[in-house]
Design a protein around this ligand. Structure first.
Ligand code: GDP
Ligand code: IMO
Ligand code: MG
Length: 429
């Protein structure tokens, strides 16, 4: 199978968008299979910067984009994003974008519930993006979601809204938040329907045809393994499965859909929102990483927490995520550091661990075990070949390969599309 799946190997924002955009030139179709507009991907091509949330990053390369059934779709966010990128000269039409007819919708009540719940959690909040992602996935699993296809059936829509509002208005009222009115929601959805329905189809059928013709499909993951609802740092996670095996179920293809799996990791580590982060640095080094890496969220503008590369965490992500090769990004941000540290495992209550156990208390108490490496004085910024890298940078990458038990097959040395070093083409293997 000539497919490739890209997933995040840390807590998100690893540079998946840049890598997907770069690899898209080798693919025929780019497919989003989970998450929603909680994702934020920044792509830099020449003097243009594109910020994408819901649209598959292949749109910049003019590739057919598919939003699979595993994605939760906010119609307002999608239409606004289409308008925004169209103004930048990209072509997004029903010819270039297809949306699974069975994808669940995010409605304004989901964001309202997301925010009301976070407020109620007080200092135990998750730090969600506030986009309604969790409540929308809950509705899907609870079998009361409104899906893209329902927009074509006003009677179905009205009946489903009754069930949905019974649930949501009860919760919202209980949380002291404003409730929603059925008639205005129905009118709003019927107004949006003619703009959304031209994109809708059974995408599983198109993908089956593409498979039969030997087309190359690039699956674009959002978030990351450590935010996976099963395998991540629960409950400080997102509400979807982010691991590569979701590519099949989230698009309507079989279990072999994923093909070659490339995990993306920063050469250090960041996290937005609350939750455990054993290698987090609250000192000058952490501040410097954030400043040099421009570590502010694409979606919410929040400052990202920064720390050393956690090889134990990425090793775990490699195993549970099905990662076969690693793309290491933002190596340039480490230029000039005298000493670099890699976390090889943890101590928890005096006991040694080679992985992060599942229990919340243990995760909060995990202390990193480090090994030190020498930094480099030269620059890696913009390097486009292995030969351009300082010896100590090569040593750092090689040590990461050993510790995470996966080969580093791609390196990224600046936000710019072409500042990328490919050691092994994932489509060729
Ligand atoms: P994603 O969510 O995984 O797609 O990542 P984001 O786009 O949210 O965050 C990654 C940020 O790092 C973006 O602003 C990218 O432009 C930038 N970036 C990606 N690769 C590199 C790199 O190799 N070096 C530097 N300095 N920045 C990078
Ligand atoms: P990309 O695709 C980084 C985090 C939020 C929060 C948690 C739950 O750009 O890598 P949610 O709104 O999903 O219910 O929030 O997950 N989060 C992300 N962090 N990058 C993302 O996406 C994220 N999407 C969600 O900050 O901690
Ligand atoms: Mg991001």
């Amino acid at each position: 199978m000539a497919n490739v799946t890209i997933i995040g190997a840390q807590w998100g924002d690893e540079g998946k968008g840049k890598v997907v955009d770069w690899l898209a030139s080798r693919a025929d179709i780019v497919v989003r299979f989970q998450g929603g507009h909680n994702a934020g991907h920044t792509l830099v091509v020449g003097n243009q910067t594109y910020k994408l949330s819901l649209l598959p990053s292949g749109v910049v390369n003019g590739k057919l984009g598919i939003i699979g059934n595993g994605v939760v779709v906010d119609p307002h966010a999608l239409l606004a994003e289409i308008e925004r990128v169209s103004a930048q000269g990209l072509k997004v039409t029903p010819e270039t974008l297809r949306i699974a007819e069975n994808a669940p919708l995010i409605l304004p009540l989901h964001a309202a519930l997301d925010s009301a719940r976070e407020a109620a959690r007080g200092d135990r909040k998750i730090g969600t993006t506030g986009r309604g992602i969790g409540p929308a996935y809950e509705d899907k699993v609870a079998r009361r979601a409104i899906r893209v296809c329902d927009l074509a059936e006003p009677d179905t829509l009205a009946a489903k809204l009754d069930e949905l509002l019974l649930h949501h208005n009860t919760l919202l009222a209980g949380l002291g938040a404003a409730t929603f009115d059925k008639d205005s929601l129905l009118a709003e959805l019927l107004r949006l329907a003619p703009r959304l329905l031209p994109y809708a189809e059974p995408v599983w059928e198109r993908l089956a045809q593409a498979k039969a013709k030997g087309k190359k499909i690039l699956f674009e993951g959002a978030q990351a393994v450590m935010l996976d609802v099963d395998h991540g740092t629960y409950p400080f996670v997102t509400s979807s499965n982010t691991v590569a095996s979701t590519a099949g179920s989230g698009s309507g293809m079989g279990p072999d859909a994923a093909g070659r799996v490339l995990g993306i990791a920063k050469a250090y580590c960041t996290r937005v929102g609350a939750g455990p982060f054993p290698t987090e640095l609250d000192d000058e080094t952490g501040r410097l990483l954030g400043e040099r890496g421009h570590e502010f969220g694409t979606v919410t503008g929040r400052k990202r927490r920064c720390g050393w590369f956690d090889a134990a965490l990425v090793r775990q992500a490699v195993k549970v995520g099905g990662i076969q090769g690693l793309a290491l990004t933002k190596l340039d941000v480490l230029d000039g550091f005298k000493e670099l540290k890699l976390c090889t495992g943890y101590t928890i209550n005096g006991e040694a661990y080679s992985y992060l156990p599942a229990a919340m208390g243990a995760q909060a108490r995990a202390r990193p075990v480090y090994e030190s490496l020498e930094g480099w004085s030269g620059s890696t910024r913009g390097a486009r070949s292995w030969a351009d890298l300082p010896a100590a940078a090569i040593k750092y990458v090689k040590r990461i390969e050993e510790l995470v038990e996966a080969p580093v097959t791609l390196l990224s040395t600046s936000p710019e599309r072409d500042d990328t070093i490919l050691m092994q083409d994932p489509f060729a293997s």
